[in-house]
Design a protein around this ligand. Structure first.
Ligand code: 13P
Length: 255
């Protein structure tokens, strides 16, 4: 953490929790909120059916509502998809773009992510753009090349990042494996990403952008990861499903 940036921890629930289960989580987690460090920004990204219910719980609190994805088109004949306007209408403030599970399962590519981030920027929602290499790419010494290629999704933004832009470094081999990157490995990747942002958008924009780490973050390893100056918080899957664990991550981010 660097003192000039507000720490951020986002719960990405993926395809977990029905609306009823999500409501139970909110009751438990929000009862812990007064004890959590106020300077840490928190957000929860439920699955679409739980968005409105979770949004109602979060509305009177400082915890933001996030979504896991959005469609590239604003409306129309796209069965099963969800638009930016729909997300904005239920109070979503942040949206994940480019998660590796979407890259893998839906074959989404940088051109899709550019379009999604443009839609979000036009509507005033913050994109949380996810990048990260596979194990094969890391073992082949290609991590920086892969990250640089993924960062080209931002090329269409001229010289200004989308408002509220957040970057998330999520090495694919660390997601859901229980094998987090070491703080040093993550710090190296974050430094590389911040340098790319600086080259592209200037030093001030790079210094102001939060870069989150994601991939098997737990209450046991979070403090060491978040202690690195370029790691500004976490994008958390498994550990964010348990209220006490998500609360512990907020504490670690505020330390
Ligand atoms: P895990 O924390 O379960 O490894 O998931 C990370 C992730 O993909 C968050 O977007």
């Amino acid at each position: 953490m660097h003192p000039s940036r507000t720490p951020l921890v986002i719960a990405n629930w993926k395809m977990n929790k029905t609306p009823s289960e999500a409501a139970l989580f909110c009751d438990d987690f929000l009862s812990r909120l007064p004890a959590l460090p106020e300077r840490v920004e928190l957000a929860i990204a439920p699955a679409f059916p739980a968005l409105e219910r979770v949004g109602r719980h979060l509305l009177p609190t400082r915890v933001k509502l996030a979504a896991q994805d959005v469609h590239v088109e604003p409306k129309g004949a796209h069965t099963g998809e969800v638009s930016v306007a729909m997300l904005a209408d239920v109070g979503v403030a942040m949206v994940l773009v480019g998660h590796s599970e979407r890259r893998r399962d839906r074959k989404e590519i940088e051109a899709d992510f550019t379009r999604k981030m443009k839609r979000l920027a036009d509507a005033g929602l913050s994109p949380v753009y996810c990048v990260g290499e596979t194990l094969e790419e890391r073992d082949g010494g290609r991590t920086e090349e892969v990250l640089a290629a993924q960062m080209t999704a931002l090329d269409a933004f001229g010289d200004a990042l989308p408002p509220g832009f957040v970057l998330a470094y999520e090495p694919v081999w660390a997601i859901g494996t229980g094998r987090a990157a070491t703080p040093e490995m993550a710090a190296d990747a974050h430094a590389f990403l911040r340098a790319r942002l600086s080259e592209r958008f200037g030093a001030a924009a790079a210094a102001a952008t939060r870069i989150l780490y994601g991939g098997s973050v737990t209450p046991a390893n979070a403090a060491d990861l978040f202690a690195k100056p370029d790691i500004d918080g976490g994008l958390v899957g498994g550990a964010s499903l348990v209220p006490a664990d998500f609360a512990a991550l907020a504490v670690a981010a505020g330390a």
